[in-house]
Design a protein. Structure first.
Length: 387
């Protein structure tokens, strides 16, 4: 059976904001079509979506290097001696994968790799494993203190059951099934990502704009000029094109063939993708806009982005603004895609827009996001198109 994909195309105007900063604390930009565009990276958007989805589902995952330190702290609270608790933490890292997880013993065996796993009962269950194998840990700790034969190094023995630890770390949540997971050296925890996420970028030229600001001293002294702090922040603004797709076939496989659950999670992902922004500088810029145009396409065999519509930056209208020209470019790219690959493997498509009239080439028009999501899921559930 061919893989099935749900493509999501979103255009949205964002006012002055700084949703994604780089290493120099400046809004991220890059060159596209030989012009500068404001961008929001896929990593930034994914985290915002993941945290919102987890809150919606009340099902949390954690990406962390601090599992051993947290276990050590829990064992100490339970009355374990410091040296034994520390050794247990080292064993969590050593025994969780066949080759062990590299860790920093100077920082309570914090792992070098990030571990992404279900948060529920994680520390309780790992602590319980240590408690049940306390005798083995005590013997292992004693063995490490036995002088090694001259010229040889004593390696700490494995004192905890690796399969049990690995099974705990391999637990999944809905977001892990959506976004995937990889932990080097532990194949059982691997989950192929079902969501593909592109960088968002402005459909037109958009560079950083400076904002010189001052902070007023409320308790100023006579003769003070009143400004306690001066600085320049940088912001970006513009109409962004956002694209993501869901590999429905992969998501269903991650859910052991549960198609109903796959469709439910896809609907939740759609809702979150349309309405979620990264949280940076929200209180000082409040970029709480809504998408202007949203289009979906359900296809078999491969997804298709419409990013090429904006290789040439769109031009502002006669009265200013980029929304109208962005809508036109998006519609034209959909028509070009249909001309190049046809509609044979397109299962369904549709759109909604803030424009007064429906747009050509983007499929049936829907009144709002809820209707659009319902239509997309209905199309996603259809049998495969003829090859």
């Amino acid at each position: 059976m061919p893989a099935r994909y749900l493509d999501l195309h979103v255009t949205e105007m964002l006012p002055a904001s700084c949703l994604n900063r780089g290493e120099h604390d400046l809004p991220k930009t890059f060159q596209l079509g030989n012009t500068t565009r404001a961008v929001i990276t896929s990593q930034c958007v994914k985290r915002a979506i993941r945290t919102d989805l987890e809150e919606e589902l009340n099902e949390y995952a954690v990406r962390t290097r601090r599992i051993p330190p947290r276990v050590i702290a829990a064992l100490k609270r339970a009355g374990w001696p410091d040296d034994l608790a520390d050794y247990a933490g080292s064993q969590i890292a050593q025994c969780s994968t066949p080759s062990g997880l590299a860790s920093d013993e100077t920082k309570s065996h914090r792992t070098q790799a990030m571990i992404y796993t279900a948060e529920k009962a994680l520390l309780d269950d790992l602590t319980d494993v240590c408690i049940r194998h306390r005798t083995a840990l005590q013997e292992g700790l004693a063995a490490t203190r036995t002088p090694a034969p001259k010229g040889k190094k004593t390696e700490p023995p494995d004192c905890l059951p690796g399969k049990e630890l690995g099974a705990i770390l391999a637990r999944r949540t809905a977001c892990i099934n959506l976004f995937g997971r990889m932990l080097a050296g532990h194949d059982d925890s691997h989950v192929s990502g079902a969501v593909h996420m592109a960088w968002a970028f402005t459909t037109h030229t958009s560079d950083r704009q400076p904002d010189f600001f001052t902070s007023k001293e409320d308790w100023d002294e006579p003769g003070d000029r009143g400004s306690a702090f001066l600085d320049t922040a940088f912001l970006t603004a513009g109409v962004f094109y956002r694209y993501a797709c869901v590999n429905l076939t992969e998501l269903t496989a991650n859910l052991d063939g549960d198609t109903d659950e796959a469709l439910r999670l896809t609907g939740l992902f759609m809702d979150t993708f349309l309405l979620t922004h990264p949280g940076a500088k929200q209180t000082s810029t409040a970029p709480h806009t809504l998408p202007d145009t949203v289009a979906y396409v359900v296809r078999d065999r491969r997804p298709v982005s419409y990013a090429a519509a904006f290789d040439q930056p769109v031009r502002a209208g006669h009265q200013g603004g980029y929304l109208a020209s962005t809508r036109k470019a998006l519609s034209q790219q959909a028509a070009l895609t249909d001309r190049l690959i046809g509609a044979r493997r397109r299962i369904g498509h549709g759109h909604t827009t803030a424009h007064t009239n429906p747009l050509d080439h983007l499929g049936p028009h829907h009144d709002g996001f809820e209707d659009l999501t319902a239509a997309a899921l209905l199309a996603a559930a259809q049998p495969p198109a003829c090859s």
